[in-house]
Design a protein around this ligand. Structure first.
Ligand code: ADE
Ligand code: ZN
Length: 334
């Protein structure tokens, strides 16, 4: 059945998937209808036109301009639950055991949808996935770096109760990278760390921007994981630091191609990461927009790099080890 049986059966964990990025064109148009949302004239008017558009993103910003319009069809708790549960089912069928899911509360609160609506819907899907699909899930809230810091601080304050009751497990930082460096968000990370010392801290860094964005995320935001981080290959000292401190990079191969970070998956520094012992996981980022879910991303790496069974086992184990789960759950998965 599966051409890549070995990769399908390998115990996989996902650490970099934006739930809003799992909104397929089909679900997008059906929710637009259900919620009476009129999309702007310049938005592609059909599933086919969306798929054409998704093959032609110029860069991260060009993608984001479309993505923030796409999420405007999400209105009710049920919409968020449906969206997340569709992703969980698909990921489970790919051989996924555990997933840490990003969401962008500000992308919804800005449009008048309360954080309660968003979190309640997502949390229902998480609970259902744990019960019915037997996968583990964690929600990680991301700050939109193109928005003013006071807005980010307000967002964190509105989320305190969800960190306290264990609905939200971490903090991330996403959106347009280059104009909004990590040092802007020091106070945000400090606020979460002080109030919720056990929260996972992570940040998108070195997707398009220089390796200094990674170094500064480690030094100033105290993150213990880096999302993307592929630009780290240009700084050997940084690679050593990532390896020594077991900072995992959540790499997203198909995303990097679609957003023209690289021309082809074969250009990704996978060999260099293995050589330097930098832990990394393989992830889908925004699978509905970038042409593949987690298994497709594993297959893309295998097609270009022909890794050994031993190398694949090491990658899978690093992914389990780097997950935000307790030792018992880690042993269950691997
Ligand atoms: N939001 C969704 N996907 C993203 C990405 N790849 N980089 C930054 N922000 C994002
Ligand atoms: Zn991302």
């Amino acid at each position: 059945e599966h051409k890549h049986k070995f990769l399908h059966e390998l115990p996989k964990c996902e650490h970099h998937v934006h739930v809003e990025g799992t909104l397929s064109p089909e679900l997008l148009f059906s929710l637009a209808k259900r919620n009476n949302i009129t999309l702007p004239d310049h938005f592609p008017g059909s599933v086919e036109l969306c798929n054409e558009r998704y093959d032609n993103f110029a860069d991260l910003q060009d993608f984001l301009d479309h993505y923030y319009i796409g999420m405007s069809v999400l209105i009710n708790e049920q919409d968020f639950e449906d969206l997340a549960y569709e992703y969980f089912k698909k990921a489970k069928s790919d051989g996924l055991h555990h997933t840490e899911v990003f969401f962008d509360p500000q992308g919804h609160v800005e449009r008048g949808i309360s954080i309660e609506t968003v979190v309640n819907g997502l949390n229902k899907a998480c609970k259902k996935a744990e019960e019915e699909l037997k996968i583990s899930t964690k929600l990680i809230m991301c700050l939109l770096r193109h928005l003013p810091v006071p807005n980010c601080i307000e967002t964190i304050k509105s989320a305190h109760k969800y960190y306290n009751d264990g609905t939200i497990h971490g903090l991330g930082l996403d959106s347009s990278e280059k104009p909004f460096p990590p040092e802007l968000f020091e106070s945000c990370y400090k606020l979460v760390k002080e109030n919720h010392p056990n929260a996972l801290l992570t940040a998108h860094a070195g997707e398009e921007a220089d390796p200094i964005f990674i170094t500064n995320s480690l030094d100033l935001l105290n993150v213990t994981r880096i999302d993307h981080g592929v630009q780290s290959h240009r700084d050997d000292e940084l690679l050593k630091r990532l390896a020594d401190n077991k900072i995992m990079l959540s790499v997203c191969p198909l995303s990097n191609v679609k957003l023209q970070v690289v021309n082809d998956v074969k250009e990704l520094p996978i060999r260099k990461f293995l050589e330097f012992n930098v832990p990394f996981s393989i992830n889908s980022d925004d699978p509905a927009y970038f042409g593949g879910y987690i298994l497709d991303n594993y297959i893309a790496i295998e097609d270009r790099f022909q890794l050994t069974g031993e190398e694949w086992v090491k990658i899978a184990k690093n992914g389990v080890y780097g997950s935000f789960i307790d030792d018992k759950r880690k042993e269950e998965i691997y």
